[in-house]
Design a binder for this molecule. Structure first.
Ligand code: ZN
Ligand code: ZN
Length: 266
């Protein structure tokens, strides 16, 4: 996980060793410069989930332990109670199995992580991309490291939204994950052909309806094992529509990763 944190590690080692010339003023200036540089290159110095100080890891030990202890539905990224059996399917997957093989997320969409993801998506706080991508890399290594993926594809934004926001938050994450894993990054394989009204207020059923035909996969995705990446798995409707578009172009398989997900409905 530490591979994403080169700047943070340098910052720590310079604080310990980089002030040996004995001049208090110089030490102070150097420390201020280091702090400023660290905030540019490594803006996150607190646990993403609870806000406790966490200088060189995206999560504090408690939240890292929580992440490792959480249980997913065997098919989708929805979290389920630890008291359920390993084969318990969430109600959505019981009704209809998704077209993707498996989806996983790091943590529930709550606590400080919720605010971080809102800032990352809507408030231009793109500096969060490295610690958030580190969570995805951790998940990838835990669940998917043995799968020979051919391409990493982000959930796309409609061109109008992309124009307004200036970036696709899912693509910022997928690009870093592709760099770290060496898997080809292919955002061009999946397009958003229809814009939709904001989905936040809609349930899964309505989202599935609104998103019908909203994504179009390119023929190049045929025969590929694809890892689909997004920031948040809410109802699973977006993941399912994207996966369905890729499978319609005869992708061999689709797996999915997100930073956060909701809890399965009882
Ligand atoms: Zn924490
Ligand atoms: Zn499920």
């Amino acid at each position: 996980m530490a591979r994403f944190f080169g700047c943070g590690i340098i910052y720590l080692s310079m604080n310990r060793n980089g002030n040996g010339n004995g001049k208090g003023g110089k030490r102070m200036r150097l420390a201020q410069w280091q702090k400023a540089a660290a905030s540019i290159f490594f803006p996150q110095r607190f646990c993403l989930n609870c806000g406790k100080l966490s200088l060189d890891q995206p999560l504090c030990p408690d939240c890292s332990g929580l992440m490792n202890a959480l249980h997913h539905c065997p098919y989708c990224a929805s979290f389920i109670a630890a008291t359920e059996t390993a084969h318990y399917l969430c109600p959505d997957c019981r009704r209809k199995a998704p077209s993707f093989i498996k989806a996983v997320a790091a943590l529930p969409y709550e606590n400080d992580l919720r605010e971080v993801l809102i800032a990352f998506k809507y408030q231009q706080k793109t500096g969060y991309r490295r610690p958030l991508a580190a969570l995805l890399l951790d998940l990838y290594e835990r669940y998917y490291a043995d799968i020979p993926f051919d391409a990493i594809v982000p959930v796309p934004l409609h061109s109008e939204r992309l124009g307004e926001r200036g970036y696709n938050q899912a693509e910022l994450l997928s690009r870093l994950l592709a760099e770290e894993t060496g898997i080809a990054h292919r955002p061009e394989y999946l397009m958003r052909s229809n814009d939709t009204p904001p989905l936040a207020e809609l349930g899964r059923k309505e989202r599935m309806k609104v998103l019908r035909g909203a994504f179009k996969a390119q023929p190049e995705s045929a025969g590929l094992r694809i890892l689909l990446v997004d920031d948040i798995y809410t109802t699973g409707a977006t993941a399912e529509r994207c996966s369905h578009a890729l499978c319609s172009q005869k992708a061999v398989s689709v797996h999915y990763l997100a930073v956060a997900a909701g809890w399965a409905l009882p």
